[in-house]
Ligand binder design. Structure first.
Ligand code: ATP
Ligand code: MG
Length: 472
């Protein structure tokens, strides 16, 4: 196979010329080659030279008018940006691993050595940039056939490949999900056998791959593979515990693992927001510890939203996910995920809707997406009934928000106002009055309005024997 037609632009011809001038060989290798053949966009070009790769990088940068070249001496790599491309140069290497680290010791090698150390046959493809065979694909492991058959296979013995660098197991699942490929059977078995080796991989690396899985169109595919290989058990035991059903008096509850994956797939159709996707993963995470069988009702999971929300920080910390606003957002959605549908169990009062709007704030639309995604059942009539209820809540929300504007409700009278008006130092009275105003507005007793709030404040203060120090 020859891909010269794909590498005709001046950039590639410059690299070819500069390599020729240095008297060295250079190849494009890895993901970029794979993606040409899969017709996927890719802006990372990895080049491997048989020797003097860093000099080649500098010569190319000079010839292309690129000023800034980043040289990483320890890794023997050089990188620069050209237009929207990231171009990286390395020398061909040969790697050897020790059992306690995924960082190999490295020595100068041949192109063949370099291809041997790649994770998958489809990632080991190289394109020659030498004049005599410009564009020829060098495919020692039948990667092209694997691309056509949509198979993920390791170039060498999968037991060794995965044990050497266990991150490759996460990459296998990620590529399987992303590219819609199948993990070849020997590889699959090797991952199962080596899943415990994941313990030598840093959590950050694992999570990077996990987030790539979550950003796939249908992440359930990746999560099922993580579960079936035993990888998920290594870093996300809470999710594993969602798996399985229990039956009592002939009544079974649904399998919350597969339910969660269905909710995740559903929400992926309406959002690319990684954190909303994480909310779907976490929404029922505390169902196992809150599960009870009640004779009259059947299975219940009372309070799973509270416990789940409390778990979010510790799970995020362990997975090295961000602990600031993203975590808070996931926590809030987990806490509130039952509220919209629960509202429909009684006659929906304006006050309940107002409270929901107030608590969800600007995240109300995302919360409603999560609720919509959460409606899964094999029972079609049930789904239809829930959907109808859901629509009623959506309508009510829109109606009330237009009328009352409580979504980003700021109390019309602040704590500072109260202190000034009554000449008070900070103390519990202020909180009591503020809260009374908020409650009255949310209950619809007064409008979200300064004068009405002022009158209520006077009445509340009076109950505590307080008189305004100034008139307004
Ligand atoms: P993507 O950029 O979509 O994540 P990619 O295949 O380009 O996919 P990179 O992480 O950019 O992945 O790596 C570039 C190339 O380096 C890969 O195609 C593969 O040949 C090699 N590679 C990356 N990580 C590993 C690894 N852990 N073990 C072996 N080879 C690897
Ligand atoms: Mg890449």
């Amino acid at each position: 196979m020859n891909l010269a037609a794909h590498i005709e632009s001046p950039l590639y011809r410059t690299i070819q010329r500069e390599a020729e001038a240095l008297g060295i060989e250079v190849y494009i290798i890895g993901g970029f080659v794979r993606d040409i053949l899969l017709n996927r966009p890719n802006t990372d070009i990895d080049l491997v030279a048989n020797t003097r790769g860093l000099e080649l990088a500098q010569a190319c940068a000079r010839a292309l008018g690129v000023r800034k070249v980043d040289i990483f001496k320890t890794y023997g790599t050089a990188h620069f940006r050209f237009k929207d491309l990231d171009i990286e140069f390395v020398n061909a290497r040969k790697e050897s691993y020790s059992s306690d680290s995924r960082k190999p010791s490295v020595e100068q090698g041949t192109l063949e050595d370099d291809q041997n150390r790649r994770d998958f046959t489809i990632n080991a493809l190289a394109i020659s940039m030498q004049a005599h065979n410009y564009g020829d694909v060098i495919d020692p492991f039948d990667g092209i056939a694997d691309l056509e058959n949509k198979i993920l296979r390791t170039p060498l013995d999968p037991n060794i490949t995965y044990s050497d660098d266990p991150l490759r197991m996460m990459r296998a699942v990620r590529f399987a999900n992303q590219l819609h490929f199948r993990i070849e059977e020997d590889s699959f078995q090797a991952i199962k056998r080596n899943c415990e080796r994941l313990s030598i991989v840093s959590m950050e690396r694992i999570t990077t791959e996990l987030n790539k899985i979550i950003m796939c169109n249908k992440p359930s595919v990746g999560f099922k593979l993580l579960f079936d290989t035993g990888l998920l058990h290594r870093f996300f035991p809470e999710m594993v515990k969602l798996h399985g059903i229990e039956k009592r008096n002939g009544i079974a509850h649904k399998d919350n693992f597969y339910h969660t994956l269905q909710v995740l797939d559903n929400i992926c159709e309406s959002t690319d927001n990684l954190w909303l996707r994480w909310s779907a993963i976490m929404h029922d995470i505390a169902k196992p510890p809150t599960k009870r069988f009640e004779e009259e009702i059947g299975w219940t999971f009372h309070g799973h939203e509270d416990v789940g929300a409390r778990w979010v920080p510790k799970i995020f910390a362990r997975l090295k996910l961000p602990l600031d606003h993203q975590m808070k957002y996931v926590q809030k959605l987990v806490l509130l995920h039952l509220r919209p549908i629960a509202l429909t169990k009684e006659a929906i009062s304006d006050s309940a809707i107002r409270r929901l709007l107030f608590e969800a704030g600007d995240d109300i639309d995302d919360l409603m997406k999560l609720c919509r995604a959460d409606i899964t059942s094999k029972n079609e009539a049930k789904v239809q009934r829930y959907l109808a209820n859901y629509e009623i809540v959506v309508e009510k929300l829109v109606e009330l928000e237009e009328k009352d504007r409580v979504r980003n409700f700021q109390p019309p009278i602040t704590g500072e106002d109260i202190m000034r008006i009554f000449a008070l130092a900070p103390g519990r009275e202020i909180g009591i009055i503020k809260n009374a105003i908020k409650e009255a507005i949310l209950d619809g007793i007064i409008h979200n309005d300064y004068n009405e709030a002022y009158q209520l404040m006077l009445a509340e203060a009076n109950k505590m024997g307080l008189q305004p120090a100034i008139g307004e």
